[in-house]
Design a protein. Structure first.
Length: 294
């Protein structure tokens, strides 16, 4: 299956601002939910942590309001680098739509194998529906159902190493809860996500493979402690399928620090351990993400 024409390349911040001007009832960043409860933006464009989507929706809008985010993220392990940017928009604290464009730079792998290209491009179109509960105000966790439609736009090499398709759909169910004054009088956020997926390396290496063509059900978790209203520290873990025979796929994990100076800006820095990627082991390095909310 060949890649079709990609989504037009628009600057993520411009897209987000255009949406905010076009729709009525937009919440200002000073209104709505508590600081930091919108989370950050994960590399696939959904609200949450860095590598795991949470049940929260982007922005700070509550019932009857709209809001969203624009983001840019960079992960660099030395051998590889991933750049992701995009925007998300949420309506009525009920529905989130998102778009992310990704560039995966092959670096060392291209040099070792003399590959004809030095990067893969991909895109992710996402939707998330809050099913019930509230992160803060109900005993029940906030629960959301999400879907991510992914396309790998440079499929020649992934197909040659065993990937079955250049596109696929991930479906996930997330539950998130903020426990007030739970750890040394500081707030604790816990999240669990179940994902159904065929993606190889989150879709950057296509979908399905010679080892396993069908879906896998994988677990993703996050835990964060809010040191004060503006600072949070935490960890994340993401199980991965293992579809390709030519190289194993390891689970992802990270440890992060997030800074929310106000409701318009969020900065997340992390140390990410991505395991083995396309035969290169010990892929560990820095993660930095910038998010603007409105």
């Amino acid at each position: 299956m060949s890649a079709s024409r990609p989504f037009p390349r628009r600057h993520a911040a411009a897209l987000a601002v255009a949406l905010s001007l076009a729709l009525p009832g937009v919440a200002s960043a000073g209104d709505g939910r508590l600081l930091a409860t919108g989370g950050a933006t994960q590399v696939e464009g959904s609200a949450g942590g860095g590598i795991v989507p949470w049940a929260v929706l982007s922005g700070y809008g509550t019932a009857g309001q709209h809001g969203g985010t624009a983001f840019a993220t960079r992960v660099d392990t030395g051998d590889y680098a991933l750049t992701s940017y995009g925007a998300a928009y949420a309506w009525d604290n009920r529905l989130e739509l998102s778009y992310a464009r990704q560039r995966f730079e092959l670096g060392e792998l291209q040099r070792r194998l003399s590959l004809p290209t030095g990067r893969f491009d991909a895109e992710v179109v996402g939707a998330k529906l809050r099913l019930g509960g509230d992160l803060v105000y109900t005993t029940m966790p906030q629960v959301a159902l999400g879907v991510q439609y992914k396309r790998q736009l440079d499929f020649g090499i992934p197909r040659a190493v065993g990937a079955r398709d250049d596109r696929g759909i991930d479906v996930y169910l997330s539950a998130s809860k903020l426990f007030l004054a739970a750890v040394a009088d500081r707030h604790l956020l816990l999240n669990a996500t179940l994902r159904s997926t065929r993606a190889n390396q989150a879709g950057l290496l296509g979908f399905g493979g010679d080892r396993k063509a069908g879906r896998s059900l994988v677990l993703e978790t996050s835990a964060a402690v809010l040191l004060d209203p503006r600072w949070a520290v935490g960890v994340e873990y993401r199980q991965k399928p293992n579809n390709l025979g030519f190289a194993r796929e390891d689970d992802w994990r990270d440890a992060f620090v997030a800074w929310f100076p106000n409701k318009r800006i969020a900065v997340v820095a992390a140390y990410a351990d991505l395991g083995s990627i396309a035969t290169l082991d010990r892929q560990r390095g820095a993660y930095l993400s910038l998010q603007a909310s409105f």
